[in-house]
Design a protein around this ligand. Structure first.
Ligand SMILES: [Zn+2]
Ligand SMILES: [Zn+2]
Length: 197
């Protein structure tokens, strides 16, 4: 079983393998909001409370099938997460750590289809993260966080130990670096992204 993903214009596309091994959460942190804002995608990405619906999986399960030349990367700071997007239409794709040995990818819902499609493959949202950053208090509560993490975190650690982290479409493992150079936002770009509403 696999779940297809694509940018809004359809140029960049790919597949998530083993979708049942993924977990799903909504992150309300200010950085995820700034990422959506920096791409001009606030309306299409953030929910009413400023949350971003993310499907977390291992990098080895993510495969690009077309348009990977359009894959671009920004970061809010020199040390920040790598925030990948499709440069053809500014669709957010997902987040990875800077450390390529941690095989984590958080795919942003905007490339995964409708809420119904996402739920039918990945199930309901299991956790809400960084709710302090929410623009208003979420009126619902996700359940299943501990079970989800209990399943997911060991597989990440194992992926790091057994070397399967070396299978990632986001990194060049000969260089140990991302496949495209991240664009780090300038202070004024960051301020603008933080203040957009
Ligand atoms: Zn596109
Ligand atoms: Zn976040």
């Amino acid at each position: 079983m696999k779940h297809k993903f694509r940018c809004r214009c359809g140029h960049l596309a790919g597949e998530v393998m083993e979708p049942r091994k993924a977990i799903r959460g909504v992150c309300y942190c200010k950085d995820c909001q700034a990422y959506a804002n920096a791409l001009g995608q606030r309306q299409s990405v953030l929910d009413d409370c400023g949350g971003t619906d993310v499907v977390a999986t291992q990098s080895k399960y993510v495969v690009f099938t077309q348009g990977v030349q359009a894959l671009a990367c920004l970061s809010l700071s020199e040390k920040g997460l790598l925030r990948w997007y499709a440069s053809c239409c500014n669709t957010p794709i997902g987040n990875t750590l800077r450390n390529h040995r941690v095989p984590y990818v958080g795919l942003v819902h905007s490339c995964l289809g409708s809420n119904t499609e996402i739920t039918s493959t990945f199930g309901a949202v299991q956790m809400q993260l960084n709710t302090k950053g929410a623009s208003s208090r979420p009126t619902w509560k996700a359940t299943g966080k501990l079970a989800a993490l209990g399943k997911f975190v060991p597989s990440l650690l194992l992926g790091r130990l057994n070397g399967s982290y070396k299978v990632s479409p986001f990194f060049d493992f000969n260089q140990g670096s991302p496949i495209v150079k991240p664009k780090v936002l300038s202070q004024s770009e960051l301020q603008q992204a933080r203040n957009a509403a």
